[in-house]
Design a protein around this ligand. Structure first.
Ligand code: NAP
Length: 307
């Protein structure tokens, strides 16, 4: 099959479009004929070697773990799926990924793709939406009537976070730049702050939860806007000492892949309550341009890789 593999850590030049062996599904796995992948920042972070201490990979290695496609075959103990099913998943990053024509995924990580959107757009959902869901509800315990401040509201994770928080009937304050203010408002944010014009920390106070997908200065300024005993949940690491100094809590998490959670998300997409936003589509062989765009840090929604 054709795949994009890396043979060592490094820059865009390490992404090689080439022939690779067909994967074979184990007993509790499915083989997916891939329709599309999507790009997440972790793809290029792994490519550049930023995760090599915690994540052991074997070269040559296929990046990309968001996948949508059609089941080609299933392992001996898989009963939930059958050949021909349209599915999607977020797969384990320690194994070969979805920048390829075929991929093997554990059945427990797979869900039926939403019917109401094109199958290639479904690849935009698994990691970003599950991260937003896990961050807000499983880590953040967000409930109706609470106020949540969402940083990076126009990004892959943020777009889902704004919509999910709104579905939960929370009061949503979202931070983005000028070009995305109307867009984020249309997603359902109650209040949108333009970080290029205003300092959110002077406009917001006493929030229950901050959902931080940015880190750095943004996180530093966030401690003061959380009410005493409140919580900051971060996708990029959280400074526990700073949290203690401000008498608030902090959690950093790595989302797990969960087919059941992803199936609930399919339902929200099909009920037209969760929009899937695509910034741009690329062909698999043009993956370098897709990574370059993601690394610039200003994607609205998601980048799709059509296989
Ligand atoms: N821990 C986990 O399990 C997990 C899971 C998924 C993602 N992540 C991490 O979470 C981070 C976000 O992921 P993502 O997929 O959402 O990234 P992304 O799609 O690349 O995010 C891009 C967005 O960030 C916005 N942005 C940049 N600087 C900002 C600022 N100072 N304030 C507010 N918004 C800003 C941009 O909006 P403008 O163009 O308007 O600036 C853009 O829309 C990444 O570092 C990723 O690796 C972690």
């Amino acid at each position: 099959m054709k795949a994009v593999r890396i043979h060592k850590y490094g820059g865009l030049e390490t992404l090689i479009y080439e022939d690779a062996p067909m994967p074979v599904a184990g007993a509790d796995e499915v083989l997916i004929k891939i329709t599309a992948a999507s790009v997440n920042p972790v793809d290029w972070k792994i490519r550049e070697g930023h995760m090599k201490e915690g994540l052991k990979i074997h070269f040559p290695f296929i990046l990309g773990w968001d996948v949508s496609g059609v089941i080609e075959s299933v392992g001996a103990v898989v009963t939930r799926f059958a050949a021909g099913d349209k599915v999607y998943a977020r797969a384990d990053t320690s194994r070969n990924g979805s920048y390829a024509e075929y991929m093997v995924v554990r059945a427990a990580e797979v869900a039926f793709a939403p019917d109401s959107i094109p199958l290639n757009f479904a690849a935009a959902v698994p990691l970003a939406a599950q991260t937003a869901w896990a961050g807000l509800f499983e880590q953040g315990n967000l409930h109706s009537g609470q106020t949540v401040l969402i940083h990076g509201a126009s990004g892959g994770v943020g777009v889902f976070a704004v919509q999910l928080a709104r579905i939960a009937k929370a009061h949503v304050i979202a931070v983005t730049s000028t070009k995305n203010v109307d867009f984020v408002k249309a997603l359902g944010a109650d209040k949108v702050i333009d970080y290029t014009k205003n300092d959110f920390s002077t406009l917001v106070k006493n929030v229950t939860l901050v959902f931080d997908t940015i880190g750095g200065e943004t996180q530093k300024k966030s401690w003061g806007v959380i009410k005493k005993g409140g919580l900051l949940v971060s996708t990029v690491g959280a400074d526990q000492k700073a949290a203690e100094q401000h008498s608030v809590h902090a959690k950093s998490f790595m989302v797990n892949s969960n087919g059941a959670r992803l199936q609930e998300i399919s339902g929200l997409v099909d009920d037209n309550r969760l929009k899937v936003i695509i910034e741009k589509e690329f062909a698999l062989k043009d993956i370098k341009a897709a990574h370059k765009l993601s690394e610039e840090g200003h994607v609205r929604g998601k980048i799709i890789i059509n296989v």
